[in-house]
Write a protein that binds this ligand. Structure first.
Ligand SMILES: *[C@@H]1O[C@H](CO)[C@@H](O)[C@H](O)[C@H]1NC(C)=O
Ligand SMILES: *[C@@H]1O[C@H](CO)[C@@H](O)[C@H](O)[C@H]1NC(C)=O
Ligand SMILES: *[C@@H]1O[C@H](CO)[C@@H](O)[C@H](O)[C@H]1NC(C)=O
Ligand SMILES: *[C@@H]1O[C@H](CO)[C@@H](O)[C@H](O)[C@H]1NC(C)=O
Ligand SMILES: *[C@@H]1O[C@H](CO)[C@@H](O)[C@H](O)[C@H]1NC(C)=O
Length: 759
């Protein structure tokens, strides 16, 4: 029976690839992905593919074949066999490099019974055209994970620039007899005309230079910027804890000189941490680089760090303790420079990949996780992260592989790589933002004033508004001041960048609750409202409208800043200043709530405590009418839900009995573990409870799919994250309440659970 089934499989043959929902799926697992200026090249365990950026297949080439003996050793040829169902050996591709200057694609790996090296040079525009092939080892002999390869341009002293293949190979000690010349880091020729011919290691003198190591080394990333080559690796020598190492090579003079110009650094975060993935931040004088580090070596505890990795060539070259070009390990190496991170950009579980994209003064980090999320994190020029957002979620929560590629021509597209599929995702979907405020949190989008919608910047030339240069908690901020003549001024700042053309159209309007005139002066980005000198009312409500075709409004509550009973938090919220431990009108007073933190724990007779919040697991739409239970809640005026500092939100409360109260759990834009505390009128926050935000529910099936006309049939809906579902709507707009049939407190991530509804 099994035999018969197998036979059947062979006859029908599975499709080798398929394209669905912007996702290209392959039969075999992906080994290598490379992106050229016009095409994508993907090597799987079965075939090599050439795709257009929009995933139309141009050519595919099977990697199954046999070695045919040639007339002399080393001259065997690789004969491809058409897909015929017979199990034939494959050519396993470990190095795949588009060589644009030469219009070729270099594809190297191992094949044959002994798994020895083989390389093909293919036509970049038509991979079915073989330009050259040779049995030679380029790159790792085992799997390509832990090894990196790239093309390096070396400015030779003859004035010419030569391109070489740099391979950095994981734990080379496991090498077999077919590649004795291989070192840990090698430079091999790309051209027949270079000394020693194509794929040769030799330098001009005929010796074969290379960088060696005795430690366990796993390479994570490598790239060249101007004449410097950067290589990042995890090094563990002699049972010591893991070190994250960076080496710099100066690609100048010659092949041998390049390898000997070795300088290095250690990237220090917490001890024993491990580099999982990395991305250089494009542009700039300094070379800024971001890395996903595992704090304890595992997958769960990860952080995204930012380093300045500009080369430091001040120390003596080639004296590294881990990497050396001499035959033996040097006797007196010098300690490499220790680089410290400039910023911790994110601490989040299960991060596994990163891509940094520059947009004006912002850098946007796309972070992939082992459970299939793609998070978008904008960071401003002072390295302040804004609020992260879930940008895409892979079906089946598949792991996102370390490299996320950006389309080199259409910068608005990127490619996510999974085990056996590749997905194209735009960097932004601007049209999903319906308001100016939401649109202007995304550095790729602008609010187009005449079009009244959110678009990519290139799609709106003259009348756009966009995110400010630096991170701001709110779009509108204000402060109140009184000058020596007793005149009260409310100064409003609008934190948006406006196209030059519409700056003059910027106006503000203040509406007040008492019949008091407010002389308004508007000049982008500020509006000032000058109140007459008899301001002594205790509270004045102002409604501000900022006008620009689109209207932004904000309510401000003005109070007398000289009131000595005001707490620091109340004072700052009212736009007043804090100086010498009291609230003031004085323009010298600090108007930033960071000044309040040391004072937040003023003695309170009975501090509020939180016992529970229900529900404690919500989708990232949040939840209305959540119940908080606790003690001493009587004076609580709000509930703060905080995660990253940039995304904390406060909700008002009602039905406060002292033992319980009701509030709305605010929405978020990504999964998170949030902390809840209870806010008193002085701004201090007390107690603690956890809320888990998870992805939004999705439906994958419904069974049975027919019901009786009289209804009342039990239907099971299958999908992900259904435990936050409150209601199911029917296409006739009938709402059904879900009868929950699973434990309300789930211990495991609630993926793929069933929910039953009565229809
Ligand atoms: C993909 O792009 C090519 C040329 O760039 C175009 O001819 C083709 O129609 C596109 N295919 C799809 C499905 O958009
Ligand atoms: C690609 O190359 C193959 C082999 O040389 C050839 O048969 C085929 O016609 C070429 N296709 C195109 C579109 O040039
Ligand atoms: C491209 O590489 C091939 C193989 O080494 C070589 O024969 C050819 O001269 C190169 N062409 C150019 C334009 O560099
Ligand atoms: C690389 O060279 C370009 C052009 O000379 C220069 O603008 C850029 O700042 C350099 N980058 C670095 C990191 O040195
Ligand atoms: C972009 O957002 C709009 C509105 O939410 C949605 O209809 C559309 O499907 C989204 N497009 C993509 C590519 O996600």
């Amino acid at each position: 029976m099994i035999l018969l089934l197998c036979l059947l499989c062979m006859i029908c043959g599975e499709p080798v690839w398929s394209l669905k929902n912007g996702e290209f799926s392959f039969k075999g697992d992906i080994q290598q992905v490379a992106i050229g200026s016009n095409n994508l090249y993907i090597a799987t365990t079965e075939a090599l593919y050439q795709l257009r950026p929009n995933f139309t297949l141009i050519h595919s080439l099977t990697l199954r074949g046999t070695l045919q003996n040639g007339d002399q050793p080393g001259k065997e040829s690789f004969q491809r066999v058409p897909e015929n169902g017979k199990i034939t050996p494959t050519f396993s591709v470990n190095v795949l490099l588009p060589f644009e200057k030469n219009d070729t694609l270099i594809s190297c790996g191992v094949t044959g019974n002994k798994l020895c090296g083989f390389c093909e040079v293919l036509d970049l525009k038509n991979i079915s055209k073989l330009v050259y092939s040779e049995f030679i080892q380029v790159g790792p002999q085992r799997s390509s994970s832990g090894s990196v390869s790239l093309l390096v341009d070396v400015k030779e002293d003859s004035g010419q620039t030569e391109t070489y293949i740099l391979t950095a190979i994981k734990n080379l000690r496991d090498k077999a007899e077919c590649s004795t010349d291989l070192k840990t880091i090698n430079l091999q020729n790309t051209d027949q005309n270079q000394p020693g011919e194509i794929f040769s290691w030799s330098g001009r003198s005929g010796v074969k230079p290379g960088i060696q190591t005795v430690a366990d080394v796993e390479f994570v990333d490598g790239f060249q910027i101007n004449s410097t080559v950067y290589l990042f690796s995890n090094v563990a020598s002699g049972g010591k804890t893991n070190k994250v190492r960076l080496i710099w090579l100066q690609a100048e003079t010659s092949k041998a000189q390049t390898l000997e110009s070795l300088h290095g650094a250690t990237l220090s975060s917490s001890g024993g941490s491990r580099l999982l993935a990395s991305s250089v931040i494009p542009g700039g004088q300094q070379v800024l680089w971001s890395g996903v580090f595992s704090v304890d070596g595992g997958e769960s505890n990860t952080e995204l760090l930012l380093f300045d990795v500009s080369p430091d060539l001040s120390r003596e070259e080639n004296r590294d303790p881990d990497f050396y070009t001499s035959v033996d390990k040097p006797k007196n190496p010098s300690e490499p420079k220790a680089l410290k991170p400039q910023a911790v950009l994110s601490k989040k579980k299960y991060m596994s990949s990163v891509l940094a994209v520059k947009q004006d003064s912002w850098t946007v980090f796309f972070i992939g996780t082992t459970d299939g999320q793609l998070i978008k994190l904008p960071v401003d020029k002072s390295n302040r992260p804004a609020c992260p957002k879930e940008h895409y979620r892979a079906s089946g929560n598949q792991k996102v592989f370390p490299k996320i590629l950006q389309d080199p021509v259409d910068h608005k597209q990127m490619y996510l790589i999974f085990k056996d599929k590749i997905k194209r995702v735009p960097v932004s979907n601007c049209s999903e933002y319906m308001s100016v405020e939401d649109c202007c949190t995304d550095p790729f989008c602008v609010w187009c004033v005449s079009g009244k919608r959110c678009t990519f910047k290139d799609d709106c030339k003259y009348d756009w508004m966009s995110i400010p240069d630096e991170y701001q908690q709110e779009v509108i901020s204000y402060r109140a001041e009184k000058d020596s003549t007793g005149q009260v001024k409310v100064v409003v700042n609008v934190h948006l960048t406006l196209a030059q053309k519409i700056r003059s159209e910027f106006t503000c309007e203040f509406v007040t609750n008492v019949r008091r005139l407010c002389g308004t002066l508007s000049q982008y980005p500020q509006c000032t409202c000058v109140l007459s000198d008899d301001f002594h009312s205790n509270e004045l409500d102002l409604i501000l409208s900022v006008r620009l075709e689109a209207v932004l409004t904000k309510s401000l509550k003005l109070i007398g800043c000289s009131d000595s009973t005001l707490s620091c938090q109340q004072c700052i919220r009212a736009g007043c200043g804090w100086r010498e431990n009291r609230c003031t009108w004085d323009s010298e007073g600090v108007r930033n709530d960071r000044v309040c933190q040391p004072l937040a724990s003023q003695p309170i007779t009975a501090k509020p405590e939180i016992i529970s919040v229900s529900p404690s697991r919500v989708s990232y739409y949040g939840r209305n009418h959540a119940l908080l239970k606790g003690r001493n809640l009587r004076d609580v005026i709000g509930v703060k839900v905080q995660t990253e500092t940039a995304c904390s939100k406060e909700s008002p409360v009602w039905n406060n009995t002292g033992e319980s109260l009701t509030f709305h759990i605010p929405s978020r834009t990504n999964e998170a573990e949030a902390k809840v505390c209870a806010v008193l009128s002085d701004g201090s926050c007390h107690g603690e409870a956890d809320i888990t935000y998870q992805s939004v529910p999705s439906c994958t099936g419904v069974s049975p799919s027919v019901t009786w006309r009289s209804g009342k049939r039990k239907i099971t809906i299958t999908g992900s994250y259904l435990d936050t579902v409150e209601m199911v709507t029917h296409n006739q707009d009938v709402e059904y309440h879900v009868q929950k049939e699973y434990p309300p407190q789930l211990q495991v991530p609630p993926e793929h659970i069933n929910s039953t509804v009565g229809l």
